[in-house]
Design a protein around this ligand. Structure first.
Ligand SMILES: Nc1ncnc2c1ncn2[C@@H]1O[C@H](COP(=O)(O)OP(=O)(O)OP(=O)(O)O)[C@@H](O)[C@H]1O
Length: 391
């Protein structure tokens, strides 16, 4: 049988079945199409302006590594006139971030980009290892998300940069849309769908050039380009709800590949229903709270929950056929989402960082941590003492 030819160039053998639309492509055409689509996203949304200094949030993972590689390529190919830097946050997670930062250091050398690293320890006096030792694994993603958002802003400010790009992809956005839809939280949903986010609580603009790129295609691109990235998941990210939303999206993608983009587009449409208003610090941190990766990727539990949900839905469908509608009561109309209150931008009274509240969210979290710090140390000391006494 003759080999299947690439449906784009019609000359080279097809090697890749495109996850987004099942198109059969050769390696060269896949790479060109992938890069061109990101270029289209950038130009359609007018993400950059000539002479702009842009920091790439670099975690060493596949998304931000692909983002750095593609931006470097497109900046040269289309003469965007950008000055690019890598910005990494060291959360202080032993056996995870220390290893991934080594990847980022190699990437900096491979792409010839300057790298700036900011640590939680230096900004907040706490590493995530210490936070988890204090608060436990449950809920630690909230601390990490709030701290990281501010750390990226502070790192960019240290460099005199006002635009940070992150590697959030279409799967991440679809997941966040689904989570906020399930929570009935339209303002957060609206925020998650924006390709550019800038709020009253920050001078730094954020954008997601990979917003329409499928995670599977990002992995394929990284593989075929031979990119050097770190693929271990965070050891502290057991965010169950995001894991379930991810499992749901992955299952939808399996039966209908366009589902991911459909959910993103639906999110964009729903966002247009949300009254425009200033973004509160609460909704501001929503997208960044926890991390997109939050181990749903490897969650076996998500699949189990989904199977249970499907069984329930099937039972409901079967029951529906036996129902007699005696009293059709239309559901009462839900109140339209309220316009968010206008925020007064000021400075946090503790750290001086820009905040719409008297005390910024990071300082509020730190207050709780610091209050318990001496207690924890004394308790550990006492327990150690007890251990010793028992010995
Ligand atoms: N420690 C960090 N330092 C700098 N940027 C980060 C860091 N963690 C996350 N980011 C940015 O936020 C984006 C989304 O982060 P998330 O935790 O969801 O990781 P991810 O989806 O696995 O992405 P990646 O594959 O790049 O790690 C990343 O692509 C990156 O741009």
């Amino acid at each position: 049988m003759p080999p299947t030819l690439c449906s784009h160039c019609q000359t080279t053998r097809a090697l890749i079945l495109r996850p987004k639309n099942r198109q059969k492509l050769c390696k060269a055409c896949f790479i060109t199409i992938f890069e061109t689509e990101i270029h289209t996203t950038i130009t359609t949304a007018s993400l950059f302006h000539r002479g702009e200094h842009v920091a790439i949030g670099a975690s060493g993972g596949k998304d931000s590594t692909v983002l750095a590689s593609v931006l470097k390529t497109l900046n040269a190919r289309h003469d965007y006139g950008l000055s690019l830097s890598l910005l990494s946050i060291d959360e202080g997670i032993t056996g995870y971030r220390d290893d991934s930062l080594e990847t980022v250091k190699r990437n900096a050398a491979q792409y010839g980009l300057p790298l700036h690293i900011v640590s939680y320890a230096s900004l907040y006096g706490w590493t995530m290892d210490q936070v988890v030792a204090q608060v436990g694994k449950k809920g630690n993603c909230t601390y990490c998300g709030v701290f990281r958002r501010q750390a990226l802003d502070r790192g960019a400010a240290q460099l005199g940069i006002r635009h940070v790009v992150t590697g959030h992809n279409a799967d991440d956005v679809a997941e966040t849309v689904m989570m906020n839809l399930l929570r009935g939280d339209l303002p957060r949903l609206a925020r998650a769908t924006g390709i550019v986010t800038q709020s009253a609580a920050s001078e730094i603009k954020r954008s997601k050039p990979l917003k329409y790129a499928y995670e599977k295609e990002i992995v394929l691109y990284a593989h075929h380009m031979g990119l050097d990235y770190f693929s271990t998941e965070c050891i502290y990210s057991p965010e169950a709800f995001r894991g379930s939303a991810r499992a749901l999206i992955k299952n939808l993608e399996r039966v209908r590949p366009s589902a991911i983009l459909d959910v993103v587009r639906s999110g964009e449409d729903m966002a247009s229903l949300v009254p425009s208003g200033e973004v509160t610090e609460e909704s501001e941190t929503a997208e960044g709270e926890g991390c997109g990766s939050a181990n749903g990727r490897s969650s076996g539990g998500g699949g189990g929950q989904l199977a249970a949900m499907e069984a329930k839905l099937q039972a409901n469908d079967e029951a529906k056929g036996r129902e007699i509608d005696l009293t059709h009561q239309p559901a009462p109309p839900r109140p339209r989402p309220k316009k968010l209150p206008k925020q007064n931008l000021g400075n946090c009274s503790r750290c001086g960082y820009l905040s719409s509240q008297a005390v910024c969210k990071a300082c509020m979290l730190l207050e709780g941590l610091n209050k318990n710090r001496p207690k924890m140390e004394i308790r550990v000391g006492v327990e150690e003492g007890e251990e010793r006494a028992r010995c």
